[in-house]
Design a protein. Structure first.
Length: 208
C-alpha cells in the first residue's frame, strides 16, 4: 500500500515541519526501501497505489524498482476499504503479507518471518508504536474484509483490528512493534536505528 510521493500529497504532517518537498523526498526514500525489502523477500509482489507516479519525487528510481511488480489502483472511500480491496486483488495466491510505506526499517527478514507465521494458519498483525499496525499477513486473504469496519489512523486501531479478526474466527499472532514515520520525532527515532538505506540518506539530507 503506497501513495505516490508527490509534494503536498504525501507525508503532510511531516511536511508541516520540514516542507512538503522535503517530506515527499523522505517518503520516496521510504517507499524505495520498502519495495527493496519486499522484492528481497518474495518472488511475487503487488503494489496498491494511490495517485500518479508522474512528477513524483525519485520517479525514475521508483519506476525501476517496480519492474516485475503488478500494480493495482487503490479503490475505496475509506482506508479500511482500500486495505481490504488490496487483499482481494491478490486473493487465491496463498498467504498475503500487506505492508505500507511508513516503516522503511522493516527488513526482508521481518517480512519472511511474518509470512511463515501466517502460513501456519490465521492472521499476523504487527503493532505500530502509535497504536496502529504496520503489517497484516493472512493465510486466507478474504478475512481482510473485516478491515472495512475498523476505524483507521487511531490510537486503538491495532486493538480494534485484532478484535475484528478474532470475531471473524481468525487466530491472531503478533509480530514485533515498529514505528511509523509520520512526524519529525518519529523520523528521527527510525533514522537512529538504521546504519544504511535510502530513508536514512534522505533524512540526513533534509534534516542537516
Amino acid at each position: 500500500m503506497a501513495k505516490a510521493p508527490v509534494a503536498g500529497q504525501v507525508k503532510t504532517r511531516l511536511g508541516q515541519s520540514i516542507g512538503m518537498q522535503a517530506a515527499a523526498r523522505v517518503a520516496a526514500a521510504a517507499l524505495l526501501d520498502t519495495l527493496a525489502a519486499c522484492r528481497a523477500a518474495f518472488d511475487e509482489c503487488h503494489l496498491a497505489l494511490a495517485g500518479d507516479l508522474g512528477g513524483s519525487e525519485h520517479e525514475g528510481q521508483v519506476r525501476a524498482a517496480l519492474e516485475g511488480w503488478t500494480i493495482h489502483p487503490q479503490h475505496g472511500a475509506s482506508l479500511g476499504e482500500r486495505l481490504a480491496r488490496a487483499h482481494a486483488d491478490v486473493a487465491g495466491r496463498g498467504p498475503t503479507v500487506q505492508i505500507g510505506m511508513d516503516t522503511p526499517q522493516a527488513t526482508a527478514g521481518d517480512l519472511l518471518e511474518v509470512a511463515a507465521m501466517a502460513g501456519e494458519g490465521g492472521a499476523v498483525l504487527g503493532p505500530a508504536s502509535d497504536g496502529g499496525w504496520w503489517v497484516l499477513a493472512l493465510e486466507d486473504s478474504s478475512a481482510a474484509g473485516v478491515l472495512t469496519g475498523v476505524p483507521m489512523s487511531r490510537s486503538d486501531t491495532f486493538t480494534r483490528t485484532r478484535e475484528a479478526l478474532w470475531a471473524a474466527g481468525q487466530t491472531v499472532a503478533v509480530a514485533r512493534e515498529l514505528t511509523d514515520v509520520d512526524t519529525v520525532h518519529e523520523a528521527r527515532q527510525v533514522a537512529d536505528t538504521l546504519t544504511e538505506g535510502r530513508f536514512l540518506d534522505a533524512w540526513r539530507e533534509v534534516s542537516a
